[in-house]
Design a protein around this ligand. Structure first.
Ligand code: UDP
Length: 260
């Protein structure tokens, strides 16, 4: 079976804050082009959506039926609203043009080959530990995230692509942890004894996030298999093997200079 997968978009806050207009365009004009292509080629098309469609959620954990709590004009709005528009456009092409569509809502994911400086918490913490720097926690560290190992995510995406389910499906690992506990796990894993420092919380940073994966379990017979301990070990071994030049390479301004 041939299919189009639209995964093109910056996904890290530091990236989409650097190129906000392009982020909005790839999620709106980009998907419009691709839906037109899928229609003309009679191809299946899957779009990568995100847990960010739930914004700073007031429902916990987040089921697909939750409409979300997004600030359209805040710094994260360029990503969140592009993805929400993308979902709306995809459903419209499905309903009105009968295009064979799939929507996956991807939650926080990690694994080898992430960029050390992409701004996300896992490469940030591991990079800091390996360079002997303090680990920077934004806010009080009591905000939560739920991290899914990349192999599990890929399996979930593949199963959804091959299914005949058209409405959005959450794919993520429900094992939730506070960022503070996560920092402590990384310190233990790297055996580096690094200190933790607290920095201001970026605007609209979601306070809690955990996928409700009932749908994925029922429809796709999918659930994550790799524990955080296992996944972090593989990921850490990868980062540890990087050459020193990569570890110390800095090609961006600090995260905070973008988010404020
Ligand atoms: N975070 C942090 N220190 C960092 C980078 C991120 O405390 O050096 C926090 C961030 O504020 C957020 C969480 O970790 O609460 C996850 O951030 P990330 O950018 O990885 O993903 P997202 O916010 O998009 O879930």
């Amino acid at each position: 079976m041939d299919a189009i997968l639209h995964f093109a978009s910056p996904a890290s806050p530091i990236d989409y804050l650097k190129i906000p207009i392009q982020t909005l365009k790839v999620g709106s004009l980009g998907i419009h082009n691709l839906l037109g292509l899928a229609r003309s080629k009679k191809s299946r098309i899957m779009i990568a959506s995100t847990s960010e469609v739930y914004g700073d959620p007031t429902v916990h954990p987040q089921p697909e039926e939750y409409y979300g709590n997004v600030n359209p004009v805040g710094p994260r709005g360029v990503y969140d609203e592009a993805k929400r528009f993308q979902e709306a456009m995809t459903m419209a092409y499905h309903t009105y043009h009968k295009v064979d569509t799939r929507i996956v809502r991807i939650f926080n994911t990690y694994g080898p080959r992430m960029r050390l400086n992409d701004g996300r918490v896992l490469p940030a913490f591991i990079g800091q530990a390996l360079r002997g720097e303090d680990l920077t926690i934004f806010g009080d560290g009591l905000q939560t995230r739920s991290f899914c190992y990349v192999d599990d995510l890929i399996e979930g995406i593949y199963r959804l692509l091959m299914s005949d389910y058209v409405l959005p499906v959450n794919i993520g690992n429900p094992a939730e942890i506070t960022i503070k506990d996560f920092a402590e796990e990384i310190i233990k894993l790297t055996g580096t004894n690094q200190k933790i420092v607290f920095k201001p919380l970026p605007k609209d940073d979601p306070k809690q996030r955990q996928p409700d994966i009932t749908k994925a379990r029922e429809i796709l017979k999918w659930e994550p298999k790799v524990s955080r301990a296992e996944g972090l070990k593989i990921t850490y071994d990868y980062f540890k093997s990087l050459p020193k030049e990569v570890l110390y390479h800095r090609d961006h301004k600090s995260f905070e200079s973008f988010i404020r």
